[in-house]
Write a protein that binds this ligand. Structure first.
Ligand SMILES: NC(=O)CC[C@H](N)C(=O)O
Length: 235
């Protein structure tokens, strides 16, 4: 591959891939390829070093034990943290938002250090948040309602350096009020589905950050129909 190929690191899919979140990497790769932008997915499995040279890093959801193993590995091999200092684009989903923060306290009441990438802490809520979510974009960050599926016990509190991705209309998100986080070029959400097939506007935002290019819209009727169906199901 040439140097101009956008590399999408699929981070620990063997630990953080329970909910099909690898689909986020596939969507990024496809939406770039369809527009003539060269892109490739670089899977990084548990036990492998984490490169700091990729353009986009995609981290998915997982159970408490898996995410604890994952954060230990990512702290021992801090390639993603180095990449952030070089302006890499990062998507973190569910366990992702929790391990990117300063710390997370699991349902067993044990607190683990996070990666310190975003100004947040997470703790276990009294109940699991499960179901469809609808949220309105915060600060006009992207177009169109955010749709997805959540399944998590953790709740996340943002500090002043992180801002919400969206405002919850249906479901729980971080805390029943706001959903996700944005800090620099790190974008986090609690939403599966996976989130990028459901929300192509979010995929294009990440691609625009990574390429520095304003993208022309891609009209995919099957995606619009799926979004409409999911939004209706949640309403
Ligand atoms: N879906 C997930 O990634 C779950 C994250 C975390 N283990 C929780 O339950 O809160």
């Amino acid at each position: 591959m040439s140097e101009s190929t956008i590399q999408i690191a699929l981070v620990l899919p063997d630990l953080l891939g329970t909910y099909g979140d690898f689909g986020n990497a596939v969507v990024l790769e496809k939406r770039m390829t369809w527009r003539g932008i060269k892109a490739e997915i670089v899977p990084i499995n548990y036990g492998q070093p984490v490169p700091d040279s990729c353009d986009i890093y995609v981290v998915g959801g997982g159970e408490d034990t898996a995410q604890t193993l994952a954060v230990k590995h990512l702290r021992e091999h801090p390639g993603l943290q180095r990449a952030v200092t070089k302006n890499a684009v990062v998507l973190g989903v569910c366990a992702g938002i929790q391990i990117f923060g300063e710390s997370f306290t699991r349902a067993d009441n044990i607190t683990h250090p996070g990666m310190g990438l975003i100004d947040s802490t997470s703790h276990a809520g009294g109940s699991r948040a499960i179901g469809e979510v609808l949220a309105e974009p915060a600060d006009g960050l992207f177009e169109g309602v955010l749709t997805g599926f959540e399944n998590h016990q953790g709740r996340t509190v943002l500090g002043p350096a992180a801002r919400p991705l969206a405002h919850v209309k249906v479901g729980t998100g971080n805390d029943g009020s706001v959903e996700g986080a944005v800090q620099g070029r790190i974008l986090c959400t609690y939403l599966h589905g996976p989130v990028l097939p459901r929300n192509p506007q979010l995929a294009d935002l990440l691609i625009e950050w990574a390429t520095g290019t304003k993208l022309a819209p891609l009209d995919l009727p099957a995606v619009s129909a799926m979004r409409a169906e999911r939004v209706k199901a949640a309403s």
